[in-house]
Design a protein around this ligand. Sequence first.
Ligand SMILES: NC(=O)c1ccc[n+]([C@@H]2O[C@H](COP(=O)([O-])OP(=O)(O)OC[C@H]3O[C@@H](n4cnc5c(N)ncnc54)[C@H](OP(=O)(O)O)[C@@H]3O)[C@@H](O)[C@H]2O)c1
Length: 327
Amino acid sequence: MDAIRWGILGAGGIAATVAADIAGVPGNELAAVAARDGERAAAFAQRHGVARSYGSYAQLLADAGVDVVYLATTHAQHHEQALLTLRAGKPLLVEKAFTLNAREAREVVAEARQRGLFCMEAMWLRLQPLVRRCAELAADGTIGNVLGVRADLSKLFPYDPAHRLYDPAQGGGALLDLGVYPATFCWLLLGRPDSVQASGSLAPTGTDVTVGMQWLHGDRLSQIYCSAAGPSPFGALVTGTDGWLRLEPRLHRATRLVVHVGDNEYVIEQPPPEGNGYRYEVAEVARCLRAGELESPLVPLDDTVGILEVLDEARRQLGVRYPADEG
Ligand SMILES: NC(=O)c1ccc[n+]([C@@H]2O[C@H](COP(=O)([O-])OP(=O)(O)OC[C@H]3O[C@@H](n4cnc5c(N)ncnc54)[C@H](OP(=O)(O)O)[C@@H]3O)[C@@H](O)[C@H]2O)c1
């Protein structure tokens, strides 16, 4: 295959950030962008060197010069737009959270599998070299038997009822925006939990703001924290019978992995990646497309669905409902 030609749906914040990284990975090019407003799409195209722009998503999906679609819209739009993309015959990369709930995710995954089209959640955390190294060291017994995982991702989103994070209709909430990262990390280390306990605080609009979760996996425990009310310096800690692994500073942008075994400690350093941090996921999508793989073994769709099942249960306990949950 020649260069992979990307089309971007949505011309918002993350679209701009990831566009720069698509352009930064050899063998990938920015073929088209679509926004609901044609002028915004055209301005985005000019700013980011995208070949073509469209004022409707349907036009981009009909563009034969687009090999893969990057869906960079808000959570509540992912389900419908992912289905439209697949029905147009295009492989796709879907921003996290993949969909609002597990039911929607199962429908998208079923459509992709039935049509034989590549599909992946843009869970770039799983492609970070230090996260992968941490999971490998835990799996190979470096710290003995793994006992538990603690992980956090927090960031201040000032309260604004109109912001997507605080709007239930847009799939707002710290869990889907931030918590999905530490949840994915704990899943990566310990797999599906047997039980989930969640508690947290809600915004006046009803979306979750600060959430703590405990997942029990047999006799092992995950503790997950996320907050949209303020930042946190904590990344992740994996404890075992012989030592621990600590990712620093923050989970999704870790540059240090501290390996502590017995009385010995060493640090694996990983300089910040070139670009904005999304080149690994761009390269993985391109690799899968070139190899004819329909799912990335590094970001399996069954994990994407399973994690949303657990987050559904956490939201049920928190009392956070989206209009789409009634569907
Ligand atoms: N991977 C990461 O590190 C990362 C970081 C931030 C956000 N995200 C994820 O990326 C997605 C977008 O977040 P963002 O921060 O880029 O948001 P944003 O700046 O608000 O952009 C969202 C885009 O969604 C589109 N959209 C389509 N239908 C919409 C509707 N009915 N209401 C509102 N927007 C609609 C808009 O596209 P038009 O241009 O067509 O108007 C807008 O450009 C979310 O899923 C978020 O969780 C990921």
